[in-house]
Structure formats: C-alpha cells, structure tokens
Design a protein around this ligand. Structure first.
Ligand SMILES: [Zn+2]
Length: 431
C-alpha cells in the first residue's frame, strides 16, 4: 500500500460503474468537490483516472469505533472470552494507557482505514476519573495529522458511567473544550441510566454538539432505554443530532414493536448504527443452543425511513478479538447476518457503509453527486453485489479530490509450465 502524492487540483474519473445506475460514468472534481457526474465529460483535468468499468463509490464511513481501545489483543489475548473478562481486563489495561501508546495503536488503525478507503470516521474517546483526559490528548492531534486522508470526528465518551463516577461531568466538559466534536455515554453501566442520559443532553446543549449513545446493548430483560432518549431528543429539539450504537435489543422485538420503535426514531430524527462484529460475538451468550444473533435489524429500519449505518466498533480487543478496520468486510458480515442477498439489498448495504452512515453522524454532503465533497473509493468490482461478495483488496482512495492511497495485489500461479520455466531459467533471487 503506497501513499501517492499528487498536486493536481482537478481530477477526472472516466469509464466508472456506479451503484444502482446503468452504463459507464465520468466524475469531475475540482477544489475538493465533485463538480459533475455524467456519461461523458469533455473538459480536461490535470489528472485522469480510467476506472475501466470498475465501481466508484463514496468513501467508506466508519461511524463508530474506538481508536483508544484498538489493537489491545497482542498485549492481552482473551483467556475466557467472556463479557466480564472484556470489561475487567480492558479496565486493567486502561490503567497503563499513555498518550504515546494510544497514538501508536490509533495511527496503525487510521492508516489501515485510509488504505481500505475510509474517508470519514467517528471515534469514541474514553474520559473517566481513571484515564482522565489521556485519550483526548492522544487523539485530538491526529485529527489534523491525518486530515489529508480522512475526516476524524471525536466523540467524548463516558464508558464507565457518570452518576457513579464523581468528577466525570467536569472531565467531560474539559474534554469538549479540548476538541471533542460529539458527546456520549454508555447508560447501561450507570446505576442511574436515565439520569446519565439527561446529563449527556445537558452537556450537548451546553456545547451545542451532537449526541452519541451506546444504547440497549445487552440482551437482558431490562426495559429499553430508547423511549427515554427519544423523549429527551424531542424535549430539547435535538432532532437529527442523535446517533445510537448497538441497539441489539431491537433484534429481539417482534415486528409490531419494532415498527413502533421505527416510527419513534423517524419522528425524533435519531439514527442507528449496527456493530455486527461486536454484537455477534457478545450477544446470546446465555443461549446454550440455537444462539440468537443480536444484530439490530437495520435493513427493516431503513425501509421504515430510519437513517442507519454499519461500523467496525472494536478492532482486535477483548470485546471483539477480530477485525482489520475494513468497513467493507463488516458490510459483508452484516449482509450475511441479516440474510441480505438481493442486488437491491447489496446496494443498501453499501449505502449503510457510506452515504447513510455519513448522514447518521451528521455529515450531509456525502455521495457521488455534484456539490458533494470529493471523497471516493474505486473498487476492483463491477457492482455492489460483487463488492459485497469478494471484498476486493485492490482499491484507489480519493480524499478531497486527491488520490491518497492505492492498494495493489499480485498473485502468481505456478502452473506446470511456469514451474518448468523457473527450473530451467531460475527465478530471480533463486540460488
Ligand atoms: Zn462502541
């Protein structure tokens, strides 16, 4: 994977396939913005990229991940693989976090994501009395450092609770002042979850920022907290500014109850992000057989008009001992889990990983259309279904109208003829 430097201010892609559109398309970009999308564009550009019929889609969006907790598995492999172990041991590991350690792991994830084609990311950043502002101090500088490759939003995140952790509100306020973009928490770990939710909305109003909760994550019998969030959203006029991650309890609702929730979500303009890698791994742990999946049915919610997306969440830690930061692989996992096999549903899956996910985290001008930011990825596939099926590694990534990454793969097949040739002529470097 190479970082390609280019100084062209105008870029044109020709002969591209677009999802849900017949024929071949050209895309012109100037000053970081898409200026034209048409079958043929006559105007010359400083740099022209021939897609040769391959798919050009909006840059991938990873709308929910934890840079500060990523890549911890090498330090601490899972011993029991339980939720309790993940909570306890990640807490212990956090005590040893330093700015340098967090930055080192975060940079590795960000660089991989840029190579995969992620151009927009929201990372949660843990703030609590134990870690204080260490994770914020580590991640705030990376927004600027990697602005050439992706847009990074930081969601200040009270993972350990608020009412049970004296001093947390003050820390959250200081974190927002340091450079937080969004505020959020995990109400399920707080003994007063509803008060936790209200405190976060108070802070959102104080800093005029969007809200992002880890909500209704566990598959226990506790009542849904979603109605509380909906009520606070409406009361404070925060429609279109609230995003909820996990929502695995929605997977356990019968259709009429799910429809009721979908109507509430639409009315309150609340978006939902499914996090299948974590949710499949963590949910249904009490099921001894016929294990439930616990992934929010975002395809059904999308059809009801709810803004939905899919994201990586955790990458190689005790909550999710898998993953490399490729949102497309998570997209395939989602399609398999939610049993989405039609061409139309595959296009929807790619929307959930791009334009819909961007909207879910408050970014509107996203997608392959004139006037939008020129964040694109060229995939070595001809359609959405081929992309979901194969997750091709070969990609060209464009951020703000500039090529920022290219990934190539090479295979050599040793047919009998080639083996014979190599035997006679010796491969380069062979002794
Ligand atoms: Zn999360």
């Amino acid at each position: 994977m190479d970082k390609v430097s280019n100084v062209a201010t105008t870029l044109k892609i020709v002969d591209a396939a677009l999802t849900g559109q017949d024929g071949r398309w050209s895309i012109a970009m100037e000053g970081g913005v898409i200026t034209e999308v048409a079958p043929q564009i006559e105007a010359e550009a400083q740099l022209t990229l021939n897609a040769k019929g391959r798919l050009v889609m909006p840059g991938l969006v990873d709308g929910h991940l934890h840079l500060d907790k990523a890549l911890l598995l090498a330090q601490h492999p899972a011993q029991t693989g339980t939720f309790q172990e993940a909570l306890t041991e990640t807490g212990n590991l956090k005590r040893g976090f330093t700015v340098e350690d967090i930055q080192c792991r975060a940079r590795e994830v960000i660089e991989r994501e840029i190579s995969f084609g992620t151009t927009l990311m929201r990372s949660h950043v843990e703030v609590d009395p134990m870690l204080q502002l260490t994770a914020m101090e580590a991640l705030v500088p990376l927004k600027q450092e990697y602005a050439w490759g992706l847009t990074l939003q930081l969601a200040v995140f009270a993972q350990e609770g608020i009412t049970n952790q004296p001093g947390t509100v003050d820390l959250l306020q200081r974190a927002m002042t340091l450079g937080g973009d969004v505020i959020g928490s995990a109400p399920y770990v707080d003994p007063e979850p509803e008060q936790n939710i209200r405190i976060i909305f108070d802070l959102a109003q104080e800093f005029d920022c969007d809200v992002d909760f880890h909500l209704d994550f566990l598959d226990d019998d506790a009542p849904l907290l979603l109605p509380t969030v909906v009520a606070e959203t409406l009361k404070r006029g925060w429609q279109g500014r609230v995003c909820l991650g996990h929502m695995t309890k929605l997977a356990g609702l019968p259709p009429p109850a799910l429809q009721e929730m979908a109507v509430m979500l639409c009315d309150a303009g609340i978006s939902i992000l499914a996090l299948p890698a974590t949710d499949l791994y963590m949910m249904g742990r009490k099921d001894t057989h016929n294990v439930r999946r616990g992934v929010a049915p975002i395809h059904t919610l999308m059809n009801y008009g709810v803004t939905v997306g899919v994201a990586t969440n955790n990458i190689q830690n005790l909550f999710t001992p898998f993953g490399d930061g490729d949102v497309l692989k998570i997209c395939t996992l989602l399609a398999q889990t939610l049993q989405l096999g039609t061409a139309k549903s595959h296009i929807q899956c790619l929307e959930m990983a791009t334009t819909a996910a961007a909207k879910a985290i408050g970014v509107q001008n996203y997608g392959v259309a004139p006037g939008n930011i020129a964040d694109l990825v060229l995939i070595n596939a001809k359609s959405a279904s081929e992309t979901i099926s194969m997750v091709p590694i070969e990609r060209t990534v464009i951020k703000g109208g500039k090529i920022v990454a290219e990934t190539h793969a090479q295979s050599i097949r040793f047919s009998p003829e080639l083996t014979q040739q190599l035997t006679h002529h010796k491969a380069p470097g062979a002794s």
